[in-house]
Ligand binder design. Sequence first.
Ligand code: ZN
Length: 184
Amino acid sequence: MSYHAALCGKADAMTDDDFQPNADRFVANNEAWAASFEHRGLPASPGRNVAIVACMDSRMPVFPILGLDRGDAHIIRNAGGVVTDDVIRSLTLSQRALGTREIILMHHTDCGLQKVTEDGFNAGLMEELGVRPSWSVEAFVDPYADTRQSMKRLEYSPFILHKDHIRGFVYDVTTGRLDEVFAE
Ligand code: ZN
């Protein structure tokens, strides 16, 4: 069973024959976008001086959830919205080269990383590939505890220049509401 099947709790419903790649449609969509493009001249530095670190979840459109407009914020996304070394890399550039001073973490309910375990995921890779990844999948049980973990990683990082404005939230995918996470 593939990881997709394992995460969805069912056998692979979508075979290769069913899948229709999207890139051609995206290229056509982009033609329409470019035809009415009116946003020349925006600076590279985010206008609100803020960086958002969010899960890659497809149900979490960061811009409308927060009322952001283009040019407002850096958006850094990965599985879980976890603060990894590569997120630190992006935030370091964001703060030291592009002027952001505030960090918002957005984790959420019903995350894919709650549906796997570190050991189980690694064992599956080991069995299939004969190799364990050098990275952690960052599986978690409680999105609030996971958000606190990410906030702590930011606080302990010497590369993060501005730490006075770090806030963490869990987005409820059933209500659209953000719930703030406070340090314990
Ligand atoms: Zn997620």
